[in-house]
Design a protein around this ligand. Sequence first.
Ligand code: 13P
Length: 253
Amino acid sequence: MRKKIVAGNWKMNNTLQEGITLAKDLNAILANETPNCDVVICTPFIHLASVASLVDSAKIGVGAQDCADKASGAYTGETSAAMVASTGAKYVILGHSERRSYYGETSETLKDKVKLALENKLTPIFCIGEVLEEREANKQNEVVKAQISEALFDLSPEDFSKLVLAYEPVWAIGTGKTASSEQAQEIHKYIRSVVADKFGKEVADNCSILYGGSCKASNAKELFANPDVDGGLIGGASLKAEDFKGVIDGFKA
Ligand code: 13P
């Protein structure tokens, strides 16, 4: 059966020292716990090696928030998938809406990023989601289907089954406005049907689809109780160990 996952996206927060403290706090808070889900923290590149070496890797996976669309070479400022993997990180967020909207990330570049991430044995956490005007025009299904098909339909079913999807309605990110539990279930179910139509029911049933967008301790349980919501991609509420633990506890009985 598919994995339940709670992944933190620290975004551009925390100095190296603050990040190390946060990772240590999370380690400590989970030390005597057995979470009912996989726990991942996606840190800035700068933190990866230090954080990966200090967390209990049996309990906490580490990931980057992006990687380059090229393997290596003269690409000043870029960080390759191989470099990410060499830190001990196992995951990489790709196609986050902030990268799509502020840094012009397209499905074409994302295709290359996904390929390189998979070649380097990283698990992509591939983000999709509509903006407010698209939701208001009831175009959310169309938008997420296009995002998936443009960047991921060239993959073999075997490769597709190595990635995790994250549905993040852009209007819910950092706004305090969460999709309702019903809205989340409805579109997650639709996303799974898109995957099933292309890659088959088994691949779809095994695909973890996370919800992201103002998910926090107070709403995680209700969101995660939906049959097609397999966990969360958490921004703001991943920046304090207690808050993040509260989200992880959304999977507690
Ligand atoms: P918030 O949880 O801060 O809304 O951010 C969600 C997100 O973008 C995670 O990738």
